[in-house]
Design a protein around this ligand. Structure first.
Ligand code: SF4
Length: 293
């Protein structure tokens, strides 16, 4: 049982949602088109499963982040809204449906992610490979970013996941090392760093993301940036953690936009080529900007 922090009255006060977290409502013709496409093709998106605040803006711009290998995860990260449990059989036809949807959307840049399938020997690597290859076949000019899970040290599976021709491969650290037990209990900090190192070794543009507001200190964030610079990370995203439900990890702090700007400078100073940092930033937010870093 993950022990989540008990929040004091004083923090309650500090926790009123500030106005810089106001978001665009998911409405409009483009939004409706994406909605229809996702429903008709029985597709999953992290936009919905993850309660992403930018759904209105992204779908309104005709783009979405598809989630493959189903919408049930074998893990229970305390910040994540995705359902946890024993996933059903995965669908061999899913790569084709995702590739067709991306073709229909006609997006310049497509982002694909997945739940963790720790119960699968190949961690879902073959479905990943097929999804990228079939998307490239139908949309040769569309660049692809794959936000891949923790392969639990199965480096053969990692290679299969990233050899399909995608331009950017991201794997999120999510938080600082000292909060792993409470925020990402089934993951290991050093193992995720190793995964990013191998992505880079494989010649891919590497990307990672973390949330702020879970109780981390500035020093802990600097250490995370130093460790990511060490594995020659290209792109870092930093965004505000938002609590999906009362059952999930509390928001300890709403970090001011100026502080995000400060961390952006600190990341660039440490040699990370591109830092996207702001309260509403998420891994795939404005991801099309990260392709040619
Ligand atoms: S592994 Fe990913 S999808 Fe699964 S609970 Fe953690 S963050 Fe959510």
């Amino acid at each position: 049982m993950i022990e989540l922090p008990v929040v004091s009255k004083e923090t309650e006060e500090r926790k009123r949602k500030p106005n810089w977290l106001r978001v665009k409502l998911p409405i409009g013709p483009e939004y409706a088109k994406v909605r229809k496409l996702v429903d008709e093709n029985k597709l999953h998106t992290i936009c919905e499963s993850g309660n992403c605040p930018n759904m209105g803006e992204c779908w309104g711009a005709g783009t979405a982040t598809f989630m493959i290998l189903g919408n049930v995860c074998t893990r229970s990260c305390s910040f994540c809204a995705v359902a946890t449990g024993r996933p059903p059989e995965y669908d061999q036809e899913e790569p084709k449906r995702v590739a067709e949807a991306i073709k229909t959307m006609g997006v310049k840049h497509a982002v694909i992610t997945s739940v963790n399938r720790d119960e699968l020997k190949d961690r879902g690597a073959e479905i990943w490979y097929q999804t990228v290859v079939q998307t490239k076949a139908l949309s040769p000019t569309t660049t692809i970013e794959t936000l891949i899970p923790d392969v639990k040290g199965n480096w053969e599976a990692l290679e299969r996941m990233i050899e399909g021709g995608q331009e950017v491969v991201s794997h999120n650290m999510e938080t600082v090392q000292d909060l792993y037990r409470r925020v990402r209990p089934q993951a290991k900090y050093d193992r995720s760093l190793e995964e990013l190192h191998r992505i880079k070794e494989f010649g891919k543009r590497s990307k990672s993301g973390a949330m702020l507001g879970l109780g981390e200190t500035d020093e802990q964030i600097f250490k995370l940036m130093d460790d990511l610079a060490e594995v020659k990370l290209d792109i870092l995203t930093l965004g505000q953690y938002l609590q999906p439900t009362k059952m999930h990890h509390e928001v300890i702090d709403y970090v001011h936009p100026d502080k995000f700007e400060f961390f952006k400078e600190e990341g660039l100073k440490r040699g990370i080529k591109y830092v996207e940092s702001g309260p509403l930033v998420r891994s795939s937010y404005h991801a099309e900007r990260h392709v040619h870093v």
